[in-house]
Design a binder for this molecule. Structure first.
Ligand SMILES: [Zn+2]
Length: 162
């Protein structure tokens, strides 16, 4: 008989709850270096214009291309300080390089990130962006733009933040 129980009794990274993600973000945000990163109104507008699913796709791509290798190119300097909400989120959440992932998230260096690690890192980034968007009212940052082509009716309440 195969054992029906999961192989590990500890929760996996990917199944960490919103509360756990918030705990990690609160802990990391106590660093004054991390706490100084915020989405600008333009970043918030971009995120809302593109929508949650697309920003999540960008995040997954950046992580896959810039962080997932055992020893990524230019490690420690591969994440720009501006230019995309995900980049800011990475600096704010200590998911910017393998050193920060090791130090703040316990993900060891010199091994490729597993799929589970990548899902976790994207979840951390997306949670930070959600928290930032909650801080930034819609009206102040959407007013100058025409209605977005990317938004569709019937988005989930989670997506409504964006
Ligand atoms: Zn870093």
């Amino acid at each position: 008989m195969p054992d029906p129980r999961p192989r590990s009794s500890t929760p996996t990274l990917a199944t960490r709850s919103v509360e756990t993600l918030d705990g990690a973000l609160d802990r990391i945000g106590r660093s004054s270096f991390r706490a100084k990163f915020h989405l600008s109104p333009a970043d918030a507008r971009y995120a809302r214009d593109r929508g949650r699913r697309e920003i999540e796709t960008h995040a997954a791509r950046f992580i896959g291309e810039r962080l997932a290798a055992a020893d990524p190119d230019n490690d420690g300097r591969q994440t720009p300080m501006r230019g995309h909400p995900v980049f800011l989120a990475q600096h704010a959440t200590a998911t910017c390089c393998r050193g920060c992932l090791a130090k703040h998230h316990g993900i060891v260096k010199h091994h490729p990130l597993t799929d589970e690690h990548q899902v976790y890192v994207v979840a951390v980034i997306m949670r930070w962006i959600e928290r930032e968007l909650r801080r930034l009212p819609h009206d102040s940052c959407r007013a100058p733009l025409p209605p977005s082509k990317h938004r569709r009716p019937g988005m989930s309440s989670d997506a409504a933040l964006f």
